[in-house]
Design a protein around this ligand. Sequence first.
Ligand SMILES: Cc1ncc(COP(=O)(O)O)c(C=O)c1O
Length: 487
Amino acid sequence: MEHEQQRNLTADVLTLPIIEGSLLKMSSLIAQSFLNDPLVISAKQSLLAALKQHQQSIDGIRPPDQERAQSYEETIAAFNQVRGGNLYFPYLGSGIGRGSLVELEDGSVKYDFINGIGVHHFGHSHPQLIEAAIEAALGDTIMQGNLQQNKASYTFSRRLVDAANANGARFDHCFLTSTGVMAGENALKIAMQKKHPANRVIAFERCFAGRTMTFSQITDKPGFRAGLPVNLTVDYVPFYDEQRPEESTRASIKALKSHLQRYPGQHAAMVFELIQGEGGFYTAPPEFHRALMETCQENNVAVLVDEVQTFSRTTELFAFQYLGLDDMVDLVWLGKASQVCATLFRKDYAPKPGLLSQTFTASSTAIAAGSVILDELLTGGYFGTDGKIAAFHEHFKNHLEAIDERNPGLIAGPWGLGAMVAFTPFQGDAAKAGALTKALYNNGVMGFVAGGQPTRLRFLLPVGGVELKDIDEVAKIIEQTLVSMAD
Ligand SMILES: Cc1ncc(COP(=O)(O)O)c(C=O)c1O
């Protein structure tokens, strides 16, 4: 009976947001009646109850099951062979987890503090995401795309634009896509079309932007573009150096101005990775970015911000909001945590027909999960100086500082911001940092290296799935592992 009443409320009376100011009464769609059918609701409840029950067995790290060891190793070897290169970790997930803990096919349970390099922002087997995924799986198609999309694509895009504009930015449009680098490609295409015939790009030294043919030219790693033709000319500006704040800011502005003078009118855009992710979690204050952005604007160079890694990891939804750069950004793109990637731009940058299109944007599940994540992030107390992200950061940072105090010389740092936390082990030696990452994996904690010289060990916290006590456990394992590897 209660179900019936609820159903009448949610399904039978709906509003049409498209028709301004009017509330139209409509009868329920078949799709809504289906999702609100007591049979569907109770099946969903049963699935979620079973999930909860089985998750209870995931209550801490666990070593691999010896009986599975041989077949696990064989599968990993076969996988390495078929993919044509070794996996970084011998990781094969079993398909279930609980928050920051995940079960692997070898029966082990580990803390996942890297989350597919920031994709599983709400951890493993999050009940709300599973619920959204079940509903999406009951939808009519697996994929959503350019020619035919369901309403969820619209709602997600609208919410992203509104959230990005919350502090004064003025984005009008959102174009969805399936990978971070493709969202970046779309942004760059839009900017280059607008600034044509300017065709050079500026980026930060040590930046990471992705690995398509074009973005391999922007990513500042020679090894990542070895053998590729140069299809984009990129000029580099050094990033902020916290050891030399004023001097490095002056040096970066000088480098930018000298590129602009050497090739007058030839730069279409500058790509800002506001907090360097793959480069090693390097941060810069707002004045640094603002000074460079102002120089770009004075010289008709579009200000492009890559938030693929930073989105929802600072104490604001976007890093440009955290840094108060809302008035400076022309285009921004995001990915990873959002599940669906997106490019946001103003109407004065609107591309000509034909520039952007693609067969599919993402799976229905990714869009449904992305919508839940966005809602939860915006309403669940994650942001602000007293929000969950700040609290997780502080807790982890305190632990790392205490480890440093107890074991002088083993680590430096911590570095990073919000859900991005890193430290430099063993004076930044690349081989030792790699060995530490693997040893931590074997001891039940997944992190990942970043940067080159020095090499850092970084963590991307699953903010929607982690608890303070998980951070306590992880810190304990980090300290034990570090000490066991010290000379
Ligand atoms: C800053 C930044 N930009 C772009 C990308 C590329 O994203 P994707 O791998 O989803 O294409 C990444 C991925 O790590 C990133 O960190």
